[in-house]
Write a protein that binds this ligand. Structure first.
Ligand SMILES: Nc1ncnc2c1ncn2[C@@H]1O[C@H](COP(=O)(O)OP(=O)(O)OP(=O)(O)O)[C@@H](O)[C@H]1O
Ligand SMILES: [Mg+2]
Length: 505
């Protein structure tokens, strides 16, 4: 039986049809950046095909539960034991009921385990129940990540295994995977490679575009068209869609997503008694258990050093009431200005790049003392952070942007000693400057070794914070997917701008 469902309109005003039976045999991959309209597309596909085929949706955000009212999907809450989920999945196949597995509110690791248990339950159904099912997985990169993330190895293996089964071995058992992802580069290659149909939406990063071009068998310049696609516009290719890349626009949907794009709303008139409203506690607040802080960890030597170097140690500080000369008063701004001046003195020394942070920190403490800067000096981690920000060379205007704020919060995820390198790269990306050379990266890390610089980039990439790739001429680009920006292409072998050539290794 051939059933063509209407996905919207193709160029030239023709309807864009998707052959459901062919789809069952050849699977579908949808990719597009956040907001490109993937979930809307999946909803259109589900609504149009609901009368024809059983459907199971693995739904991380709980967006698709609204299908239940109109189309009768059973909503399965993922907060269950793995055995329960596998049992439900099995019965879903026996009774051929469409369902939405909602994983909303679960921790990422629990989401992975729940999805895996459910998919495995469907996969393991008895042969007599191998009826065709469309298995739609939104945000598939979460369940089949290309690299290890912060979840346990065990959860990742379980979920990746279930997704691989779905895409590679599901067809014989009637399971047809339809997966959507924001980032092709973050999706395990073997899972992506099993789809023969593609719907490609707006794609920002070169690395994703390159992966898309490879999968579609297009040349990379042709794939540039994905960059300019509007929301709801996709390029369709594959046996169930079109034999040539075909731009299509996804049509309307009948049910609504529970979450939608944020819209600006006028703020309410602020009431007169706003402070009362905010500071009057809710009686329930007092019934909640008081969270006690853990006992303080042993103090590191650097803290003790910092205390020793205080210009006026607390225990011996002269008391003004005793009529002796007190510490000169200094406003917070004056103090900050003097601290910054001391910091710049240290960092302006060209040799400072090759000294470790703790050596610099000790020098900093001594200088603060010599300049009689009152108050407790900053801690070593704070000092490192200030050094990293200062070395990144960020200008005040960029420093005020949201992108820079994101860069700073990302940098807190890398160890103290790598923050300088990380922020320097982030600054180049935020400002669209060429990617720093190996020699420059090496200096930011306090080394002369170009090889170590390359290893650092590899490490950031493994952590999933950056994506390193090259342009056609072999120049290096470092992209920060979470900030939505990337450096301009830069020559990895160029000498350091200050003429410090890294040691060739
Ligand atoms: N073809 C379309 N017609 C009308 N509205 C659309 C269309 N596609 C998407 N939208 C609207 O655009 C917004 C973003 O779409 P959607 O949620 O599908 O994006 P997404 O690609 O799934 O993003 P994310 O990866 O962040 O989940 C939604 O409010 C959706 O209703
Ligand atoms: Mg979505």
């Amino acid at each position: 039986m051939q059933v063509g469902i209407d996905m919207g309109s193709a160029s030239g005003g023709n309807p864009a049809t998707l052959d459901i039976e062919e789809l069952l045999a050849t699977r579908l991959l949808v990719q597009g950046n956040s907001g490109s309209g993937k979930s809307h597309l999946l909803r259109r596909l589900l609504e149009q095909s609901a009368p024809w085929v059983q459907q199971v949706i693995i739904d991380p955000e709980g967006d698709f539960v609204t299908l239940s009212d109109k189309f009768g999907h059973v909503v399965v809450d993922g907060e269950r034991t793995e055995a329960e989920l596998a049992g439900i999945a099995n019965r879903i196949r026996q009774h051929r009921v469409s369902c939405v597995l909602t994983l909303e509110g679960l921790e990422i690791e629990q989401q992975m385990r729940a999805a895996a248990a459910f998919l495995n339950g469907m996969f393991d159904a008895d042969r007599e129940f191998w009826y065709p099912v469309l298995v739609v997985v939104d945000e598939a990169q979460m369940f089949a990540p290309s690299v290890a993330g912060e979840v346990s190895d065990d959860a990742r293996k379980m979920s990746l295994g279930a997704m691989t089964n779905l895409m590679c071995r599901g067809r014989k058992r009637g399971l047809a995977g339809v997966i959507a992802t924001q980032r092709l580069a973050k999706l395990a290659k073997n899972v992506a490679a099993e789809a023969s149909n593609f719907l490609m939406g707006r794609t920002f990063l070169d690395i994703d575009m390159a992966r898309a071009a490879d999968l579609l068998g297009m040349d990379r310049r042709q794939a540039e068209m994905f960059r300019d696609l509007k929301r709801g516009n996709f390029v369709a290719l594959g046996p169930a869609l079109s034999r040539r890349p075909l731009p299509i626009q996804i049509g309307n949907v009948e049910t609504s997503a529970r979450s939608s794009s944020p819209k600006l709303m006028p703020l309410p008139d602020s009431p007169q008694d706003v402070e009362d409203l905010i500071f009057t506690p809710d009686p329930e607040e007092f019934q909640r258990p008081i969270v006690r802080r853990a006992a303080p960890a042993p103090r590191p030597t650097t803290d003790i050093l910092a205390e020793l170097s205080r210009s006026a140690p607390a225990a011996t500080a002269p008391q003004p009431t005793e009529g002796r000369a007190s510490q000169p008063e200094m406003s917070a701004e004056d103090r900050e200005e003097r601290v910054s001046a001391v910091l710049s003195e240290i960092l302006d020394d060209p040799g400072s790049g090759f000294r470790t942070d703790s050596v610099l920190y000790q020098e900093f403490l001594v200088r603060l003392r010599m300049r009689r800067v009152p108050g407790s000096p900053m801690s070593l981690p704070e000092f490192r952070r200030r050094v990293a920000v200062s070395r990144s060379g960020v200008d005040p205007e960029t420093a005020g942007t949201e992108a820079w704020a994101t860069a700073l919060s990302l940098s807190s995820g890398v160890t103290d000693d790598l923050q300088g390198v990380f922020l320097m790269l982030a600054k180049a990306a935020v400002c669209g400057e060429p990617c720093p050379s190996d020699a420059r990266i090496a200096r930011a890390y306090g080394t002369h070794s170009a090889r170590r610089a390359r290893r650092l980039l590899g490490y950031f990439e493994e952590q999933g914070t950056v994506v390193v790739h090259t342009d056609f001429s072999g120049k290096r680009i470092v992209a920060f997917p979470d900030i939505n920006c990337q450096t301009a292409p830069g020559d990895a072998n160029a000498p350091d701008v200050d003429g410090v050539q890294s040691a060739a290794e």
